[in-house]
Design a protein. Structure first.
Ligand SMILES: C[S@@+](CC[C@H](N)C(=O)[O-])C[C@H]1O[C@@H](n2cnc3c(N)ncnc32)[C@H](O)[C@@H]1O
Length: 249
């Protein structure tokens, strides 16, 4: 089933739980009766088994094992339905943009902001974009440091976008757009910066090569472009192995 294994992890996780549940429905239809904790245990074991088959990583498998017990613990608890709705909407607003493209929300360090600043070309009128700008830290910092440039952030998660937008509201040379990085034309930028995950890098590199103009610069925070050697690699503070990979086009 290579096709199923290529689905985003969140969909594979849901699929594993749904298939496990269907098996239990079939078992119940046979007239077999067990104490409730045995049903929960069976759901967890089946979900783990199916998650391994669907190639989910150990972190997901742990969550898959815990989920049936969590649902059982909350079952019948006097929690109003709107609490779940608010939780779901909150998570979607903060993390939704990166869910299917498999890009989590984490932030470049202040050290990375400073080193990014050192990688901007000198002449005024420079155009910079942060693809997936999160809460807008790098854009706000660079717009303050280089009032002669135009700094754009693109963010797909609505709440995250709102925070970045508010953060940059008083900076006339910073613009935070709500939308997908895949719909952003890179031709207008002299420097394109992205801190995403390994998953979108091949497609992003293809977009960079297609759209960015000669003489412009692509900077990836930490994630390599498969098969490409960066022109410079600059270590930055942050997680293990954090660095800026600089590609001159
Ligand atoms: C790791 S954070 C990087 C934050 C910031 N650029 C930095 O360096 O501190 C990645 C961000 O990309 C956003 N993102 C993921 N997929 C996206 C997409 N297709 N279009 C726009 N933003 C996206 C996520 O919502 C997340 O906020």
């Amino acid at each position: 089933m290579p096709l199923l294994r290529r689905l985003p992890p969140v969909l594979r996780a849901l699929l594993a739980q749904a298939l496990a549940f269907l098996v239990l429905v079939a078992v119940a239809r046979l007239g077999l009766r067990f104490p409730s904790w045995v049903w929960v245990l069976m759901q967890a074991v089946l979900a783990v088994f199916l998650s391994r088959w669907l190639d989910l990583n150990p972190r997901w498998i742990l969550m898959q094992a815990a989920l049936p017990f969590l649902v059982r613990a909350l079952w019948g608890a006097p929690i109003p339905a709107w609490v779940y709705l608010v939780l779901f909407l909150g998570l979607a607003l903060v993390f939704g943009g990166g869910l299917l493209s498999r890009v989590p929300l984490y932030h470049a360090s202040h050290d990375a902001w400073g080193k990014l600043e050192g990688l901007l070309p000198g002449p005024s009128g420079l155009h910079f974009v942060d693809l997936g700008c999160g809460f807008g830290g790098p854009v706000a910092h660079l717009a303050r440091a280089r009032p002669d440039g135009i700094f754009v952030g693109v963010e797909a998660s609505p709440f995250t976008w709102l925070v970045a937008w508010l953060r940059c509201l008083l900076r006339p040379n910073a613009h935070i757009r709500l939308g997908s990085l895949w719909r952003t034309d890179l031709a207008e930028f002299d420097v394109v910066y992205a801190f995403l995950s390994p998953v979108p890098m091949p497609a992003l590199w293809a977009k960079v090569r297609r759209e960015m103009k000669p003489g412009s610069r692509f900077i990836s925070h930490s994630f390599e472009v498969p098969g490409e050697t960066p022109h410079r690699v600059i270590p930055v503070k942050g997680r293990d192995g954090a660095r800026l990979l600089v590609f001159d086009l």
